[in-house]
Design a protein around this ligand. Structure first.
Ligand code: PMP
Length: 388
């Protein structure tokens, strides 16, 4: 029997063979001409994939949390007021990071778990006092809630706050148009919908964010994350010149460039549509077998992952059974519901057959757990959506 498991967690995800092959190439010097060319091209492609032509990308070794840290370190000065629009665990993390750099943080929590703060509440907070920046978690991976970025970004612009979007669980899958919507900075990590193994922190900063950085009166309180070091490096690679501050992760950047090429070949509109379609199919399956989901409604539900609650009488032991059926899914993360739900990632190179396999594994595991339901109803519901 094959012992390969299908990885369907909300990151890291399954990667294409071409991306993985780039990880295995003999590592070259970070100032070798062939590497300079690839890094320069990857930076240019990032602007296209992020739909943010007038931006400066930054790519450094690290995870998504470093990308959040870099945004806060470079944009916040002690005493700045910052608004965090929180929809779960990662919004709360952003508040903690901003506070570490001396920000006076106003955190807006949702009225209920699985919901998002209302735009009226966000506007009231912005009106209550000037905010240097506001953060929005596009998809909070702990709740699978999708934030209404266009509405929130318009409010941020209206009240003069820099709009910073945590796109770790969205960029490359979820519809996001920073330049059109008035977002000033988007950050992400490599291991999710961008389709590259973990290890890259990626930020794309627009003109207002760079201007705020240039106008700082105090030095950046983090040596590694300081754009003073990284901006000339990114500019040099874009101009196809060698430069050094910290050794770039050569193979990861090769892999990134391969993945960005594949993403652009698919096309952003097609990619957004594919994520929506596969998500709709998976969510229809969960509904058909009677599993409620954490987001309070479909309009506020992410397309990169699904967060179903366990049915009555079932607990996290279900995950082990799903694993026995050949599919790895993730447990809960948000402390308030950690033991009551699980999470399934469906982003990046995910295919219709991955969706059907995962639904089948969940149904098999539920049946083995003694849960009473119409076995096959989920598969039929997913297949119906996939056929549209
Ligand atoms: N923000 C969001 C929305 C995330 O989903 C994650 C990771 N799950 C992070 C930030 C942190 O990223 P990392 O684990 O790569 O540090």
């Amino acid at each position: 029997m094959k012992n390969r498991k299908l990885l369907m967690i909300p990151g890291p995800v399954e990667f294409t063979p071409e991306v993985l092959a780039a990880m295995g190439l003999p590592t070259t010097s970070h100032v070798a001409p062939n590497f300079i060319d690839v890094f320069g091209q990857a930076l240019e492609r990032l602007k296209e994939v992020f739909l943010f032509p007038d931006s400066q990308p930054f790519v450094v070794a690290g995870s998504g949390t470093l990308a959040m840290d870099m945004a806060a370190a470079n944009l916040i000065e002690p005493g700045d007021r910052a608004l965090v629009v929180s929809t779960g665990y990662f919004g709360n993390r952003f508040a903690a990071i901003l506070e570490r750099y001396g920000a006076e943080v106003v955190r807006l929590d949702p009225p209920a778990l699985g919901d998002a703060p209302a735009p009226e509440a966000v506007e009231a907070a912005l009106r209550a006092g000037p905010c240097k920046l506001m953060t929005v978690t596009h998809v909070d991976t702990s709740t699978a809630v999708l934030a209404d970025v266009p509405t929130l970004a318009a409010l941020g612009q209206q009240y003069g706050a820099l709009v910073v979007v945590d796109g770790v669980c969205s960029v490359g899958g979820e519809e996001l148009r920073p330049q059109e919507w008035g977002v000033d900075l988007v950050l992400t990590a490599s291991q999710k919908a961008l389709g590259v193994p973990p290890g890259l922190a990626i930020l794309v900063a627009g003109p207002r964010a760079l201007e705020a950085f240039r106008k700082r009166k105090t030095p950046v309180g983090n040596y590694y994350a300081d754009w003073t070091h990284w901006l000339p490096i990114m500019e040099a690679y874009q101009a196809r010149r060698a430069a050094y501050f910290g050794t770039p992760p050569v193979n990861l950047i090769w892999a990134l460039n391969v993945s960005l090429g594949q993403i652009l070949e698919e096309g952003m509109e097609a990619r957004f549509a594919r994520h929506r379609h596969l998500s709709d199919a998976f969510k229809a399956a969960m509904e058909a077998i009677g599993l409620a989901q954490v987001p309070v409604n479909r309009r506020q539900a992410a397309h990169t992952l699904t967060a179903p609650y366990y049915p009555e009488g079932i607990d996290a032991r279900l995950l082990g059974l799903i694993g026995q059926a050949g599919v790895i899914v993730a447990g809960g993360l948000h402390p308030a519901i950690r033991d009551r739900h699980f999470r399934v990632g469906h982003m990046g190179a995910v295919t219709p057959s991955d969706i059907l396999t995962t639904v089948g594994a969940i149904e098999w595991a539920l049946a083995r757990s003694g849960h009473r339901f119409e076995v096959g109803a989920g598969l039929a519901a997913a297949a119906r959506v996939l056929a549209t």
